[in-house]
Design a protein around this ligand. Structure first.
Ligand SMILES: [Cu+2]
Length: 69
């Protein structure tokens, strides 16, 4: 299991938090996703043989948020 922290712009409230956590949680291979609104970041636990960071970035961007790369 790997962990990473993805910087995301545009998350402001509980709705944003659940949208991003939900989108990541829907990806197979993502074990846990937790948004820290004050840090503008989401920490993710994932299986690197099942899902890539690029796929996670795309899932976040599909929800309308900008990933800081
Ligand atoms: Cu919001």
């Amino acid at each position: 299991m790997n962990t990473t922290s993805i910087k995301v712009e545009g998350m402001t409230c509980g709705h944003c938090k659940s949208a991003v956590e939900g989108a990541l949680g829907n990806l197979s291979g993502v074990e846990k996703a937790e948004v820290d609104l004050s840090a503008n970041a989401v920490s993710v636990e994932y299986a690197e043989d099942k899902v890539t960071v690029e796929e996670m970035n795309e899932a976040i961007e599909e929800q309308g948020y900008d990933v800081v790369k």
